[in-house]
Ligand binder design. Structure first.
Ligand code: RBF
Length: 161
C-alpha cells in the first residue's frame, strides 16, 4: 500500500492503470456549499492530476446529502461511467436530523455500489461543526475530496496493486 492509513492526498499513481480511459461521475450536495465546493474542487483536480480527461468527469448537483444516494444511482446506472464519487457535508445541528441523514446517506451510497458493482465513493463529511468541516476541506486535515478521488482510482485499479 503506497499510502498512509489516514491520508490519501499524496497518493502516487505509479501502480494504477490508464486513468485517461476511465469516466467518473460526481454527485455533489449544495447544502453547506462552502465546504462541498472545496471538496468538489479537490476531487476534480485530483482526478485530472492522475490523468482523467475533463470530458470524462461528469458533475451533477443535488440539494442536500440526503439526495446523494439517488443521484449516485442515476450516475452509476450509466454504462459509460466507471466510478461515482458522492460529495456532501452534514453538520451536527440541534436536532436529530444529523443522525438520520448521515446513516441514510452512508447506507444508501454503499447500496448503490453493491447494486451496480461499481465503486461509489463516500465523500461526505460528517462533522460536529463548520470549523471541523473546513479543516477537512482544504484545511489542516487536508481535503477529503482529494482522498475520495484517489479512492475511486484505487478501486478501479485494485487488481494492479
Ligand atoms: N443536507 C446536508 O447535506 N447537510 C446538512 O447538514 C443538512 N442538514 C439538514 C438539517 C435539516 C433540519 C434538514 C431538514 C435538512 C438538512 N439537510 C442537510 C438537507 C437534506 O440533505 C435534504 O436535502 C432535505 O432534507 C430534502 O430531502
Amino acid at each position: 500500500m503506497a499510502t498512509s492509513l489516514k491520508n490519501l492526498s499524496e497518493y502516487s499513481s505509479k501502480n494504477v492503470g490508464d486513468v485517461s480511459k476511465k469516466c467518473f461521475g460526481i454527485a455533489v450536495a449544495e447544502w453547506n456549499n462552502e465546504i462541498t465546493e472545496a471538496l468538489l474542487q479537490g476531487a476534480y483536480s485530483t482526478l485530472q492530476k492522475h490523468g482523467a480527461k475533463t470530458e470524462n468527469i461528469i458533475v451533477r448537483s443535488v440539494a442536500g446529502s440526503f439526495e446523494l444516494p439517488l443521484a449516485s444511482q442515476w450516475l452509476a446506472q450509466r454504462e459509460d461511467i466507471d466510478a461515482v464519487i458522492a460529495i456532501g457535508c452534514i453538520i451536527q445541528g440541534e436536532t436529530r436530523h444529523f443522525d438520520f441523514i448521515a446513516q441514510a446517506v452512508a447506507n444508501g451510497i454503499m447500496q448503490v455500489g453493491l447494486k451496480y458493482n461499481k465503486p461509489v465513493i463516500f465523500g461526505v463529511l460528517t462533522t460536529n461543526n463548520l470549523e471541523q468541516a473546513r479543516e477537512r476541506a482544504g484545511g489542516k486535515h487536508g481535503n477529503k475530496g482529494d482522498e475520495a478521488a484517489i479512492t475511486a482510482i484505487k478501486m478501479l485499479f485494485w487488481d494492479n496493486e
